[in-house]
Design a protein around this ligand. Structure first.
Ligand SMILES: [Zn+2]
Length: 413
């Protein structure tokens, strides 16, 4: 990281005097001087931009409504809907086209009405030249990041300070520096998946750090953004395989809890991870007497990724073994075929392990799944500037498979 003189930081000017925060000293102990960390819209002199900041980022009309564009979006959505819902798919072609015409007509009427009522939305404050110039000036000095629990409120943080803080984090025990430039790492990862031609092509970009300001704690939450990077198709594939197995693991748990019931007279709930709020609500009993809430601090970061028997890879292996045990009792097809859709979506199904690999699909035997998961855990890489780091402790927040890894870890322990 290039060095800079904290005393010369642009945020040290008199103008920002009241916006410099002691939090910057608390977070970087040997920094010696404060930097700007503020939610104050007075960071700008531009009244239009102040207005945007004060009313919260959710209220920015990003684009004017283009009715034709929206209708073509609606039309392709209807196409996908008619494809995926069985009752709709079974309708005759003429009924389908009749229904689509009616829905599009109604949609057009509603959009035109919205357009008339919201006419003032057509003015796009972000497109204003003075606002654009001001944003360019501000982002040259400050990182505008969302705030924890209030994502539409922007926080302004001195660029020099946040870079230094990110570097400080990367220099800690959770990360190891990789002695290769970003391009070499990308070529290496491409090479490792060249044997899977059906895997959607990944952009030649590495994951990078993003941050969210936790104003109530005076700290920052770090997220590794893996969207649209070299890692994303592999992480999505890993998540797809792991999400395909829970019904079998539920069956495994059900069997074990019935065994416990027979032996000890109590029926434990061995699978208690709930993946969605909807699932939780649907399963609430009619009467609830006590509710206990706990928050696991640094849940993602704390999962051990070493090769010990209590590590995340060992827990995931145990989860897959539970699923496969039930599968073997039920069927002779033990491999997972993943068809890759035109839009890059993955469609898993069971198949015989001896089947040849089909064009546009991937075949996973039990040991291939272990390999893929270990690869994902071992390749939590990220880039800052011209350097690459690897997360060696815990799983990165922001990776497609991280939430399900956490569920699996809790399932084991
Ligand atoms: Zn500064």
């Amino acid at each position: 990281m290039e060095s800079y003189d904290p005393e010369q930081c642009p945020c040290r000017s008199r103008r920002y005097q009241d916006m410099r925060s002691n939090t910057s000293i608390e977070l970087l102990q040997n920094e010696g001087c404060t930097h700007v960390i503020t939610l104050d819209s007075l960071i700008t002199n531009n009244p239009l931009l102040q207005g945007i900041v004060n009313s919260g980022l959710n209220h920015i009309p990003c684009m004017t409504l283009d009715v034709d564009e929206a209708l073509s979006e609606l039309d392709s959505f209807l196409g996908a809907l008619f494809e995926s819902i069985m009752e709709l798919r079974e309708l005759t072609a003429s009924t389908q086209s009749f229904l689509r015409r009616i829905i599009l007509k109604k949609g057009k009427e509603n959009m035109t009405k919205y357009h008339e009522v919201q006419r003032y939305v057509a003015a796009e404050p972000f497109e204003h030249l003075a606002v654009k110039r001001e944003i360019k000036f501000i982002t040259g000095r400050f990182l505008i990041c969302p705030m924890d629990e209030a994502p539409s409120t922007p926080a302004f943080v001195c660029n020099n300070f946040i870079r230094k803080l990110a570097f400080h984090r990367l220099s800690g025990p959770e990360f190891a520096s990789i002695a290769a430039p970003p391009d070499t790492v990308i070529v290496r990862i491409r090479g490792e998946f060249s044997a899977m031609p059906a895997l959607p092509t990944a952009p030649a970009a590495l994951p990078y750090l993003m941050t969210v300001f936790k104003a109530h704690k005076g700290s920052f939450r770090w997220i590794t953004n893996t969207a649209n990077t070299i890692i994303s198709p592999v992480a999505k594939l890993c998540a797809c395989l792991l999400r395909f197995l829970p019904p079998l693991v539920h069956a495994f748990c059900q069997e074990r809890s019935l065994e416990v019931l027979e032996l000890h007279g109590v029926k434990p709930n061995l699978w208690w991870a709930i993946a969605s709020g909807g699932e939780y609500c649907a399963n609430l009993p009619s009467e609830v007497y006590s509710v206990f809430i706990a928050d696991i601090a640094r849940c993602f970061e704390m999962n051990p990724t070493d090769d010990s028997e209590d590590s995340l890879p060992a827990a995931v292996k145990f989860f897959i073994q539970c699923a496969m045990r039930v599968r073997r009792e039920r069927s002779s097809s033990h491999a997972i075929r993943i068809r890759v859709g035109a839009d890059g979506a993955f469609w898993p199904s069971w198949t015989d392990a001896g089947q040849p690999e089909e064009l546009g699909s991937l075949l996973f035997k039990e040991e291939d799944i272990y390999w893929l998961i270990e690869w994902c855990i071992a390749n939590s890489v990220l880039r800052m500037g011209d350097h690459v780091w690897r997360q060696v402790r815990g799983s990165p927040m922001g990776l497609a498979c991280s939430p399900i890894w956490c569920d699996i870890y809790f399932f084991k322990y």
